[in-house]
Design a protein around this ligand. Structure first.
Ligand SMILES: [Zn+2]
Length: 175
């Protein structure tokens, strides 16, 4: 969008990144940039998605596909139909993700950091189960707030046989 932007817009961009610029000038610059963005929004064209390429669910230690299939038949009567794989990169904060929108729709990702021998398989099983529950409950908006883990979700999660053990391991090793 900014490739062919006029000089005064580019100048405004430089100015807001300079600490020496006065606050009032920065405010004026932001206005110039915002106007430019509004007028040129149409220049951003998203490339159509050509089938996503996912990393292999078979990791060095854990086979997520196998874990998912076993959980699906044992706890969900084989009813779930989603994809699972590892995250591209290890993540320091998120152990697993489930998305119901965008290009990652119906996809569970488990943190690649956990594909390691020191991680017990019951913990991975618990994580995958947790993300699978998201597929069952989806996201709900109650009183204007997004509920990712409604009561029924938490109840089922607690009843998962490996829950306590997994929580304990998580607390001891990932806190
Ligand atoms: Zn969750």
């Amino acid at each position: 969008m900014f490739k062919n932007a006029p000089e005064h817009v580019l100048e405004a961009i430089l100015k807001i990144y300079t600490r020496l610029t006065r606050k009032s000038t920065r405010t004026a610059c932001r206005k110039i940039i915002r106007n430019f963005i509004t007028q040129n929004q149409h220049r951003i064209v998203c490339k159509p998605k050509t089938g996503r390429i996912l990393p292999d669910p078979v990791g060095k230690v854990f086979n997520l596909g196998e874990i998912y299939n076993n959980l699906n038949s044992e706890y969900f009567s084989g009813n779930l139909d989603i994809h699972i794989t590892w995250s591209h990169k290890p993540n320091k904060r998120l152990m697993g993700t489930w998305k119901d929108t965008g290009s990652e729709k119906n996809l569970i990702r488990i943190n690649r950091l956990l594909d390691a021998k020191k991680v017990p398989s019951y913990y991975i099983n618990y994580l995958v189960y947790h993300e699978m529950l998201h597929e069952v409950f989806k996201q709900r908006v109650v009183n204007g707030r997004v509920q990712r883990h409604p009561k029924e979700f938490r109840k089922l999660e607690r009843n998962f046989p490996l829950y306590q053990k997994a929580c304990k391991w998580q607390k001891e090793h990932l806190d």
